[in-house]
Write a protein that binds this ligand. Structure first.
Ligand SMILES: Cc1cc2nc3c(=O)[nH]c(=O)nc-3n(C[C@H](O)[C@H](O)[C@H](O)COP(=O)(O)OP(=O)(O)OC[C@H]3O[C@@H](n4cnc5c(N)ncnc54)[C@H](O)[C@@H]3O)c2cc1C
Length: 407
């Protein structure tokens, strides 16, 4: 098999690592190169804001595969080097050291980069973002010695870090522009649960807040200046205001890009030899009948098998519902589906105040999303409710005595 018969994967995160695994599992025995800009072999990021940040879990547990797996499976893993360009005509990618790799099929799995805010003082060294294990190490070290952490953004990562910081004994203030944390994802009814949770754990939650800048003294951030003039003093800042998909390579190569790399249900881009998966893939979803891009662990875990099938010429389609989980303090939760297309009713079964319940978002009597909080083993029935698109009996849905599958 010549060099041009090979498959190249760009991005050695969860999606890249799983794609290499899926290709070998599906019988691909040709040349396979996995190129990653980070110095480590593929690892999972969820622990970086949870157990690993809290120093309860070793980094070793986050790796996608054991160290020897890549050599054993003849995957040419190149870490610590970035792909800098794609020549689609020649079917080659260029690496930062000037070398080139020929491909027959190219899979882009380049993930996301935290967004920053265009604020004065944002580049101070103790203003952090969180994406890599190094970011998590810096934050953990800061948490071990600081008095107060200031978090900008009450999204998933901001809230998880707040929980880890409280556990580490730090004071925490969160500054959020919206009226509630996670408002856009959960809506006001359920977002309030997370506001209560963090307040109950001693977090100073500033909602509807307007930020003017980062206060800097002696080269270090010393606080956040609010638009009304108030100074919120702190010893370090975490900016957690979302992430942007890394689409530069795809865009420069002339692939169709619009909030991610545009791919069909088989994860094939506008170039039939180039595919995308994980955070960067904006997928034509058969179930939703439109495009959806999901920045969640489960997507990066499951899309690679579909990408692998497509690359090997087998008809494949990615049609999973978005799935997300989080752990904060003593709250564990899973969320399935999405509320983005709208909903007109929220039904809760169980005890909202004890944070032990299942919530379902309905649109026209049909369940579009479900969240289980400290209740387990219900994702399958919730998935069936969403996928069936059937009208449900709201009283039965609210009644914990009625099995979810029978509402
Ligand atoms: C702190 C944190 C906590 C999270 N917690 C959860 C959670 O609890 N639940 C959940 O569902 N999701 C969670 N997520 C989201 C989840 O981790 C991501 O959706 C997932 O990592 C996406 O995987 P990916 O492989 O697409 O991208 P990434 O994991 O970002 O991997 C992409 C890799 O590609 C590399 N790369 C980029 N460009 C190039 C290039 N040009 N050349 C070579 N390499 C390149 C990057 O350096 C990176 O290593 C969390 C994310 C973070 C940051």
């Amino acid at each position: 098999m010549g060099e041009s018969d090979g498959i190249v994967i760009v991005g050695a995160g969860l999606a890249g690592g799983k794609a290499a695994e899926a290709l070998r599992e599906q019988g691909y025995s040709g040349a396979l190169t996995l190129v990653g800009g980070e110095r480590y072999r593929p690892y999972e990021r969820p622990p970086l804001s949870k157990g690993y940040l809290a120093r309860e879990q070793p980094f070793e547990k986050a790796f996608v595969h054991p160290a020897g797996w890549y050599a054993e499976h003849e995957v040419d893993l190149r870490t610590g080097i970035r792909v800098t360009g794609i020549d689609r005509v020649a079917g080659r990618v260029r690496l930062a050291d000037g070398t080139e790799l020929a491909y027959r099929k190219l899979l882009l799995a380049t993930g996301s980069t935290p967004r920053l805010l265009p604020l004065a003082g944002i580049d101070a060294p103790n203003v952090h973002t969180l994406r890599t294990v190094e970011d998590s190490d810096v934050l953990a070290e800061a948490l071990s010695r600081i008095g107060r952490l200031l978090i900008v953004g009450a999204g998933w990562i901001g809230l998880e870090v707040a929980a880890a910081a409280r556990k580490a004994g730090a004071e925490v203030s969160i500054v959020e522009a919206a009226e509630l944390p996670l408002l856009r994802v959960l809506g006001p009814e359920l977002a309030a649960v997370f506001a209560d949770l963090h307040r109950a754990n001693g977090v100073d939650l500033r909602l509807g807040a307007r930020l003017a800048g980062v206060e800097v003294a002696g080269g270090q951030a010393t606080g956040l200046r609010m638009a009304d003039g108030e100074l919120l003093a702190g010893d370090a800042v975490l900016v957690a205001v979302g992430a942007a998909p890394n689409v530069e390579l795809a865009a420069e190569a002339g692939l169709a890009v619009d909030d991610g790399v545009l791919v069909d249900a088989g994860l094939v881009s506008s170039d039939p030899d180039i595919l995308a998966c994980g955070d960067i893939a904006n997928v034509e979803s058969p179930f939703y009948g439109g495009r959806i891009r999901v920045e969640h662990w489960a997507t990066a875990l499951k899309q690679p098998a579909v990408a692998a099938r497509s690359m090997l010429g087998v008809e494949a389609s990615y049609d999973e519902l978005p799935y997300f989980y989080t752990d904060q303090y003593d709250l564990g939760m899973e969320f399935l589906g999405h509320t983005g297309a709208g909903y007109d009713q929220v039904v809760v079964r169980g005890a909202l105040e004890r944070r032990e319940f299942v919530a379902c978002w309905l649109d026209g009597g049909r369940v579009v999303a479900g969240m289980n909080v400290n209740v387990w083993d219900v994702t399958d029935p919730i998935k069936q409710l969403i996928r069936s698109r059937r009208q449900v009996d709201v009283d039965r849905l609210a009644n914990p005595e009625v099995p979810l599958g029978a509402v």
